[in-house]
Design a protein around this ligand. Sequence first.
Ligand SMILES: [Zn+2]
Ligand SMILES: [Zn+2]
Length: 446
Amino acid sequence: MIEIFTIGGYNEVGKNMTAIRYNDEVVIVDMGFFLPKLISFEEEGGDRRNLTEKGLIKLGVFPDDTILNSIKNNVKAIVLGHCHLDHIGAVPFLAPKYNCSVFGTPYTIEVLKTMMDDDKMRIKNPLVAMNPGVVKKVSAHIEIELINVTHSTPQTAMVAIHTPEGIIIYANDFKLDSHPVIGKKPDFDRLKKLGDSGFVKALILDSLYAGDDRKTPSEKVAREMLKDVMFGTENTGNAIIATSFASHIARIKSMVEFGEKLDRKVVILGRSMMKYIGSAENLGIVNFSSNSEIVGYGDKVKKKLTHIQKEGKSKYLIICTGGQGETGAILTRIANNQLQFRFDYEDHVIFSNKTIPVPANIEARKNLERNLKNQKVRIFKDIHVSGHAGREDLRDLVKMIKPLNIIPAHGDSAMLNHMIDLAEEMGYVKGKNVHFCSNGNRVFLK
Ligand SMILES: [Zn+2]
Ligand SMILES: [Zn+2]
C-alpha cells in the first residue's frame, strides 16, 4: 500500500514537505521553510543559527516532521524539486535526522550548498546532483526521477516516485511555458508517456492559483514587457534601477541584455543576487560577469553607488533586490537617503516582481512607492508574469497525467478548495479520489 504524509505546505504557502511510503520504504520530497515566520522572528532581533530544530518547528518556520519519527530509519531519499527556500530552506536542520542522500537538479544542489556555506552549516547527508530524465533506484522497490519543467528559477523539476503499485508525481511550483528564456520547455513527452501508462497513482498538485481562470503567460511575455519599458520610454539622462527576485535568473538575463543594448554599464547589487547568480555561473547557465559587474557585500555596494553617483547615473543600469520594500534592501536604503546615491527628477524604477501578498510586505512596498513618488521618480510596476500555473494549466496537466488520485498542495485551505473544485469539474470525487489534506495528515491509496 502507498501512503502519503502531507507534512507541510497544506495550510499555507510555504514550508513544503511531503513523504511517500511504500511498505517500509519512504521518500521525502522537499523540506522548506515558511519565510514570513522567519522574517518576523529575525526582525525582532532573533538569529536563526541560535534556534534549535525543535524551536523552529514550534515557531512555525519549519514543517513538523515528528509524524515520521517512528519510521525515520526507513527514509531512503530526500528529493528537492527546485531551489526556492519554501522547498529547501529546512534541509540543513531537518535532513540530518534521516540517514540518506539529498537529491536535486545541479542548480538546486548548488544553491543549497552555497546557502549552507554562507550560514556556515554542514550536514552529513550526501548532496547528489541529478539530471532530469534519469531514473534512479534509491531502495529495493522505489525509483526516483526528476522531470524538467519551467518555473521562476532554473532547473525546476517535477518529482516522480516509481513504486510497484504505481507512480506518484509531485508537481509543486511549475508553469507550462513553451517559450522559456532560460532552459528547455517542460518535458511534455515524458509527462504524457507516464500518463498514458495509466499507472500514475496520485498527483500532488500546486494549488496556489487554482482559483485563477487563466493560462499563465510565458516568461517571453515578461521579457517583452521589460523591453517595452526599457526601450519605449524616455530615459536618456536618467538613472534606471530594476528589481527582481535574486533567484529569477531568466528575468535578470533579460535585464542584463537590454541594459547592454542601451549602452549602459550593468551593475548587479546585493548578497542574494551574488549567491543565486554565482551558482548559475558555476554551472554555466549564464555568464553575466563577462560584461556586467556583480557587487555583493555591504561596503563594496556603498562604494559602487558613490562611484556611480559621481560618474553619472545615466550611464548605468542598476539591478538589485528590494521590490518588496524590505528594510535593509538596497532600493529601500537608496530611497531613504541612507546611501550616497540620490534620485533625481524622473529617474526610473522598474518593479519586475510581484509583492508577496502578506500584510508586512504590502505595507512596506506601499511606503517605498510613496517615498519614490515624493522624490519624483517614475515608477513602472507589475512588469512581471507569474512562475506558477493557473487553473487552465492545471487542467492541462491533469489531462496529460490522468492521475487516479489528486492531492491539492502548496496553499491554504481556500486555495486547496479551488483545486478540489477543478478536480470535481473534471469528474473526480472529493474524499474518494481527490483528497483535501492539512499539515500532518496521512492519505492511504488503495
Ligand atoms: Zn513554492
Ligand atoms: Zn518556487
